[in-house]
Design a protein around this ligand. Structure first.
Ligand SMILES: Nc1nc2c(c(=O)[nH]1)N[C@H]1C(S)=C(S)[C@@H](COP(=O)(O)O)O[C@H]1N2
Ligand SMILES: [Mo]
Length: 162
């Protein structure tokens, strides 16, 4: 009982306490990024996703066609963090070690999304969350684009401009 009481009081205190200045990092952006106010790394937390996300419809090769994914477009992230002029590659890294290199030009030309929601629900670990890659039809290799079905990368933890 004492343990339960201590946990309850601690939970209550934590919920009343001051909010941390920045939430837990969902995705860390790093590498050669140039925006003066950004610094060496740029953290995308839930507040960033709330503020910068757009919703678009994608045909997901694994979860089905016509799904509304909402998240931050890589092209918008590029505008935000301003990679230096020698950057050629946007490298996505997942918690399981999977890495996907995307040409910077492709990231600028297609609506590639760091997706946080599907059909209005936060992504779960089971369906690739907290953040996964969503790719539009015109970027798919069957339409001569750069993205293969297996490039729909789950559990993205960082974006590295190289
Ligand atoms: N992070 C991460 N994303 C990934 C993969 C992976 O191994 N790690 N595999 C890809 C492949 S090859 C497939 S087939 C799909 C579906 O994965 P599943 O077979 O586990 O459902 O996820 C893709 N995204
Ligand atoms: Mo696969």
């Amino acid at each position: 009982f004492v343990l339960v009481a201590v946990v309850m009081v601690a939970t209550l205190l934590a919920s009343c306490g001051p909010k941390a200045p920045s939430g837990e990092a969902l995705v860390t952006v790093k590498g050669k990024i140039g925006a003066k106010n950004v610094g060496e790394t740029y953290v995308l937390d839930q507040a960033a996703f709330d503020a910068k996300s757009v919703e678009l419809t994608y045909n997901d090769p694994w979860m089905g066609d016509g799904l509304k994914y909402k998240g931050i477009l890589l092209k918008d992230l590029i505008t935000l963090v301003k990679p230096t002029s020698d950057v050629t590659t946007v490298s996505l890294v997942a918690v399981d070690g999977m890495t996907l290199d995307i040409a910077l030009a492709d990231a600028q030309n297609y609506d590639l999304m760091l997706a946080r929601w599907v059909d209005g629900e936060l992504l779960t670990e089971e369906n690739g969350g907290p953040v996964k890659l969503a790719a539009p039809e015109d970027s798919k290799d069957k339409n001569n684009g750069p993205i293969k079905d297996e490039n729909w990368m789950w559990w993205i933890k960082s974006v590295d401009f190289k």
